[in-house]
Design a binder for this molecule. Structure first.
Ligand code: SAM
Length: 281
């Protein structure tokens, strides 16, 4: 029997149409949308999810806000601990889900060189000496980058002090010692690099000029962003094709040649989260 069926079996029939059929499991915590239930109903239902899904905490799905990507007013429905540990591709990440976001949809992409060819292709660099991660977070990409390129110096920058605290712990946890952590706006940091990673969504373009001026000759920017499928030239959500002309033109105006382009995931009904491998012209 699937877990949702088992949950339903333990919940009053009258509530079945209000129960979340989907949830995200992050370490030993689940996040689901229980908002159709009254507070009283939530107190009855959430422990059942906790028990059947074998997690210590159940959280209400909430908005991720602002440029620091902080979760807004975390509502704990069952349990009390919002800290968890995630293991992905041999890397351990500690995180407090009440303070910092975790994007399960990016999972494959965080594998870097350990992943399938279409992913490792984007992260295969020729002997880089300095790699800068502009939006280090808790180490989503920083830890993998540092592990994949042990001879490189990795500089990981994040504006959010909570993320930086976990980033430092995660480096220690994974015995990584080639990373310098900076708690600042990446645009305040002027250090030359061979690779700059821009793992951000919403206004990544605004950071590209700074990346350009900090990259060495022929340096590489790994650029994440979300675009409307129609702007990319894809009519339907399922369409996908070669590097979109509008995108390459935009990158050229910003001093970069687009060498590779892929969809990371669908991002809402009409958008795609994309990744591009850009070389400084
Ligand atoms: C949450 S991450 C993106 C998601 C991540 N790549 C993943 O795989 O889940 C974005 C990070 O960028 C940081 N950030 C936002 N603006 C920044 C800036 N101007 N300079 C440095 N860090 C910034 C935020 O604090 C946040 O930790």
């Amino acid at each position: 029997m699937n877990p949702f069926q088992r949950i339903k079996d333990e919940v009053d029939r009258k509530l079945h149409n209000k129960l979340p059929k989907k949830w995200k499991k992050i370490g030993d915590i689940i996040i689901g949308d229980f908002s159709k239930l009254t507070p009283n109903e939530k107190t009855k239902v959430a422990p059942i999810y906790g028990k059947i899904l074998k997690v210590k905490t159940v959280l209400q799905k909430n908005k991720i806000n602002g440029e620091l990507r902080k979760p807004e007013n975390t509502e704990i429905l069952f349990g009390k601990d919002t800290k968890t540990e995630i293991i992905e591709y041999g890397i351990k990440y500690k995180i407090d889900l009440s303070k910092i976001m975790w994007s399960p949809g990016n999972t494959g992409w965080r594998s870097i060189l350990d992943g399938p060819e279409n992913i490792s292709d984007f992260y295969n660099f020729d002997n880089p000496k300095v790699i800068i991660d502009y939006f280090g977070g808790i180490g989503y990409f920083t830890v993998q980058l540092a592990k994949s390129y042990p001879l490189a110096k990795v500089i990981s920058i994040d504006k959010n002090p909570d993320s930086v605290e976990y980033l430092k712990q995660n480096l220690e946890l994974n015995k990584i010692n080639n990373v310098e952590v900076l708690n600042d706006d990446c645009r305040n940091i002027n250090q030359k690099a061979d690779i700059i990673h821009l793992g951000y969504i919403s206004n990544t373009l605004e950071f590209l000029e700074h990346a350009h001026s900090n990259l060495n000759d022929k340096g590489i920017a790994i650029f994440h962003e979300a675009y409307n499928n129609s702007w990319l030239g894809f009519k339907k959500r399922s369409d996908w094709g070669p590097i979109p002309t509008k995108f390459s033109k935009l990158m050229e105006e910003n001093g970069f040649k687009t060498k590779k382009f892929e969809r990371v995931k669908f991002y809402g009904p009409s958008k795609s989260h994309i990744i591009a491998y850009l070389q400084k012209i």
